[in-house]
Ligand binder design. Structure first.
Ligand SMILES: NC(=O)c1ccc[n+]([C@@H]2O[C@H](COP(=O)([O-])OP(=O)(O)OC[C@H]3O[C@@H](n4cnc5c(N)ncnc54)[C@H](OP(=O)(O)O)[C@@H]3O)[C@@H](O)[C@H]2O)c1
Length: 277
């Protein structure tokens, strides 16, 4: 079996996809305590010890509003360190899979974003992730950059656990109805990532569950399926007064993934049903 080393593996995505990827690869899951990706020497040491065939870079500074106040940390982890990982991979011919985000787009489009669309981030987080993509592909052109969005999964805090908790505690939940995207079940990223590796793909790929909704529509679907009777109110994003601007529209066109691997992402309601069990 090929050896896959994952960074940032204790996070939401890592804890959901690594158990699936273990079926196909010998996985070494590492997080910041074992390999802080900003530390080139630590990276060099780790790679010499583990001798991976593939590195899956899940490590990132993902506090979107926090990034607005911590520009240098966002840049160090999401951009500079991603470039370091890519450089280490290129020198040793290790296949790199790097994860990026829909926040590289400003959300001003009205039709699904393709990999050809020009990014224009509206937040520090998005800017740092775009810079990371560019550093990755400059240092390691054979890398696969998977852009994804609106992740939810098991463990940790996510949108679903947050709104169901508020519903239980307060009985009223306000959810934004002016941002449209594709909620994506973390586990659904494992197979397309594997397919991209198997095909020896390179470059940027959009990967998200198919179909789209607003956060409000997503919440309504969750409450309906869980038979939660709390009041659900649609609100505009401005009412949340968040530091970072979010894209108004960030639906992905994932046809490049299907064209290059044959893999088709399932609709988000089907994935949600699977998650809710
Ligand atoms: N969640 C989403 O909706 C979403 C959407 C699109 C794209 N993405 C991308 O998907 C990837 C995984 O995201 P996630 O949701 O799993 O994020 P997450 O839960 O925040 O996990 C990121 C992990 O990286 C670790 N980390 C932070 N700085 C590090 C460093 N310098 N060296 C090594 N590890 C470090 C974090 O540790 P600490 O917790 O100790 O900081 C955490 O365990 C990221 O690239 C993110 O940008 C996420």
């Amino acid at each position: 079996m090929l050896r896959l080393l994952a960074t940032g593996s204790h996070g939401l995505l890592g804890s959901n996809i690594l158990p699936i990827l273990e079926r196909y690869y010998t996985v070494t899951p590492l997080d910041i305590e074992e390999w802080d990706i900003t530390d080139r020497d630590a990276g060099d040491r780790t790679i010499r010890e583990c001798k991976p065939d593939i590195i899956l870079n899940l490590a990132a500074y993902t506090n979107v509003d926090g990034c607005e106040d911590c520009l240098s940390l966002a840049d160090r982890v999401n951009a500079e360190a991603a470039g370091i990982v890519a450089d280490l991979c290129a020198r040793r011919k290790i296949k790199l899979v790097h994860i990026s985000t829909d926040y590289v787009f400003d959300g001003e489009k009205d039709s699904p974003y393709t990999e050809q669309d020009v990014p224009n981030p509206a937040s520090v987080y998005g800017l740092s992730k775009l810079s990371g993509e560019r550093k990755v592909l400059d240092a390691c052109p054979s890398a696969i950059v998977v852009r994804t969005q609106w992740l939810y999964g098991h463990g940790g805090v996510n949108f679903i656990s947050k709104i169901t908790q508020i519903a239980r505690e307060k009985g009223v939940v306000e959810v934004v109805d002016d941002q449209r995207g594709s909620p994506t079940y973390t586990k659904d990223l494992a197979e397309p990532i594997r397919a991209l590796i198997e095909e020896n793909a390179a470059g940027i790929y959009h990967v998200a569950n198919s179909g789209s909704c607003t956060w409000f529509e997503f919440a309504r679907e969750i409450f309906d399926r869980l038979k939660i009777e709390a009041q659900l109110n649609p609100i505009a994003s401005v009412h949340l007064n968040r530091k970072a601007k979010r894209p108004r529209y960030s639906v992905f066109d994932c046809s490049k993934l299907t064209r290059d691997t044959g893999f088709r992402m399932r609709p988000w309601p089907e994935a949600l049903q699977d998650y809710l069990g």
